[in-house]
Design a protein around this ligand. Structure first.
Ligand SMILES: [Zn+2]
Length: 332
């Protein structure tokens, strides 16, 4: 796993990494990031951790001209520190974004949109909801930090029985694929994604995105897993088993934790159909938190989220309110 606090060889002290000094006391966060200037400086320290590079002339020097804007000393090119990140085009103050990130990372199980709206005193539920979804898009970056070593992979259904939605039982089932890295007897990192079906294309597509080539992929006997390119396939054929015993114990542990979290934190505030449309966002939040569960400091979790938010493309609101590709069914 990558070090949680990257080192920087930058010679400019002003833009070197500012590791969060607060820990579990929200007051300290609010103190430290109580102004737009403080938030903008912090984001700049994340964005230009190795020093400013002008996108126009490659100049290495810039200064802040106003609030979120920096200007190249060489060619005068000016840009906002939030351009090209999830904070782009937001009309909300950065202080609100920072408090939202803190709420999301400082609580063991995260926070619902309704909870966030209340804590931040926002007039609009939709605003709180959109912020959370944008932040979730920054939590897992597809194709990066892929799992390696020995990785268990299996699928599960979400919806239907768990919610007791009578009459909609089959209509709202979503299929989720889970990868869990082996770490001794325990679980290393994980990856999750909703998939439309259990075809070869869906399964292999996920594996390519989530697991580094050369790794060993352990699956059950499902034929669609056969023929993986660039991986060692450890195929576990189903035998008679004791009750509660699994050939793929890690993925099953992850699945049970995931379902508990989805029911506990989000079920009350969000209807099942809605949850379905944004399932991948929730899977990413679960993954983000799970993969960093060993971090003692909530401040580091905050730091990670802020850092990745700066590396994630803008998420226009229109793409949020438009439901993502449907992940219904799976029984074909
Ligand atoms: Zn320049």
């Amino acid at each position: 796993m990558a070090a949680e606090v990257p080192t920087t060889n930058s010679s400019t002290t002003t833009r070197s990494l500012i590791a969060p000094s607060f820990d579990t006391v929200p007051d300290k966060l609010e103190q430290r990031f109580s102004t737009e200037d403080a938030c903008a400086e912090y984001l700049a320290s994340l964005r230009w951790a190795d020093g400013w590079v002008c996108p126009q002339c490659m100049g290495a020097d810039a200064w802040r001209v106003r609030r979120k804007h920096w200007r190249c000393r060489q060619c005068r090119y000016e840009m906002s520190v939030t351009t090209g990140t999830i904070f782009q085009d937001s009309h909300l103050p950065l202080t609100i974004w920072f408090r939202a990130m803190w709420q999301l990372t400082s609580q063991k199980n995260g926070i619902s949109a309704l909870g966030l709206q209340r804590v931040l005193g926002l007039a609009s539920y939709k605003t709180a909801w959109a912020m959370l979804h944008k932040l979730r898009r920054a939590m897992v970056r597809p194709g990066r930090d892929r799992l390696d070593g020995v990785v268990e992979v299996d699928e599960t259904y979400w919806g239907g029985e768990e919610t007791g939605a009578i009459g909609r039982r089959t209509a709202l089932k979503a299929l989720i694929i889970v990868a869990a890295q082996e770490d001794g007897n325990g679980i290393g990192r994980i990856r999750l994604r909703s998939i439309p079906d259990v075809t070869r294309a869906s399964l292999h597509g996920f594996i390519a995105q989530a697991i580094a080539p050369g790794s060993t992929v352990r699956t059950d006997g499902l034929p669609a897993y056969l023929g993986m390119n660039g991986y060692v396939h450890d195929r576990q054929i189903q035998r008679r088993q004791e009750e509660g015993e699994h050939l793929l114990p890690r993925v099953h542990r992850v699945i049970s934790l995931l379902k508990r979290w989805l029911l506990g934190t989000h079920q009350g505030a969000i209807g099942q159909g809605h949850l379905d449309d944004y399932l991948d966002d929730y899977l990413d939040e679960f993954t983000f938190r799970f993969n960093r569960r060993a971090l003692k400091s909530r401040g580091k979790l905050f730091y990670r989220l802020a850092q990745q938010s700066m590396q994630t493309d803008p998420v226009p609101f229109a793409t949020l309110v438009k439901p993502q590709p449907i992940v219904l069914g799976g029984v074909k």
